[in-house]
Design a protein around this ligand. Structure first.
Ligand code: ZN
Length: 115
């Protein structure tokens, strides 16, 4: 693990808590599973409630913005070889999810509704 990866994980530990129970993570609970340009994908595991989640971190000159996804950690594999994603795409997904009431798996399996 290089220094920037270590620093990133430490930032996540300092700022992100479990989405389910609010437990704080330790560095050993976080594993980087992929990186595309300035977006890092991390598998996080909560020792308190045993939730596993995929967290994306957008790293740019304004800092690190962690984004929770509702994806299972293994689902990153489906995306990492897909077309390049930009930070704006991730933010758009994040905003969409905030208003989306349904089960996230519906989004992945069905086409997005027309605008
Ligand atoms: Zn938890």
């Amino acid at each position: 693990m290089n220094a920037s990866t270590k620093a990133l994980i430490q930032q996540i530990v300092a700022h992100v808590t479990c989405a389910v129970c609010g437990h704080h993570f330790a560095t050993s609970d976080i594993q980087v599973v992929g990186q595309r340009e300035h977006i890092w994908a991390m598998r996080i595991h909560c020792r308190e409630c045993r939730t596993q989640a995929l967290l994306l971190a957008v790293v740019n000159d304004r800092g690190t913005q962690p984004i929770y996804t509702d994806l299972a950690p293994d689902e990153w594999k489906r995306f990492k070889d897909a077309a390049p994603i930009a930070a704006d795409d991730v933010i758009a997904i994040h905003e969409y999810l905030q208003v989306y009431e349904g089960d996230f798996t519906d989004i992945l399996e069905d086409p997005l509704p027309d605008e």
